[in-house]
Design a binder for this molecule. Structure first.
Ligand SMILES: [Ca+2]
Ligand SMILES: [Ca+2]
Length: 177
């Protein structure tokens, strides 16, 4: 069960909007721990690109992101939130993320762990997802569909391994927007 809560909407300064909310899709151990996600939408509310996690440390590791807010000046998006990643002393601290508006919703096909590169870490991530169902690929499961057949299987794992070692073609755009 994932709980989607606390939507916030701000104008992006170009006729569209940036929507933020928290949801628990990444929870691995305990119900109710949520991350902050962003989605850019056009003037009609249609999603542009995909939604993605904003907070850098996943809440599934034990820190609930709460009390977040979002702003946009037409060029950049600013998100602030509180979490207790310093769990040892039970303290809450404030964190922020600033990103270019143009990059909100963009992704690299095959970058399953969302670190802006395609490496063996993405292969391991995909294998875990296939056999354990978790953690979920960032943004959309189909980011892991590197051969573009709209399914995530071991064929995609082999495809990525071949690409990482220079023996195969790069990931193709499949079913993602
Ligand atoms: Ca990656
Ligand atoms: Ca596939």
């Amino acid at each position: 069960m994932t709980v989607w809560l606390y939507p916030k909407v701000v104008a992006d300064g170009h006729g569209g909007y940036v929507v933020a909310w928290t949801d628990a899709r990444n929870q691995e151990y305990v119900n109710g721990r949520r991350d902050v996600f962003l989605q850019r939408v056009d003037s009609l509310g249609n999603p542009i690109g995909m939604n993605f996690r904003v907070n850098d440390v996943k809440s599934s590791k034990g820190y609930d992101e709460v009390a977040f807010d979002v702003a946009c000046d037409g060029q950049r998006v600013y998100v602030v939130w509180g979490d207790r990643r310093d769990f040892a002393d039970w303290s809450w601290d404030i964190y922020a993320q600033v990103m270019d508006l143009d990059l909100v919703g963009t992704y690299i096909q095959g970058d399953v762990n969302f670190d802006q590169q395609i490496t063996l870490s993405d292969v391991i991530f995909t294998v875990n997802y296939i056999f354990k169902g978790r953690p979920l690929p960032e943004g959309d499961v189909l980011v892991a569909d590197v051969n573009g057949d709209c399914k995530v299987t071991l064929v995609d794992v082999i495809y990525t391994v071949n690409y990482v070692f220079g023996k195969g073609p790069p990931p193709v755009q499949g079913c993602l927007p």
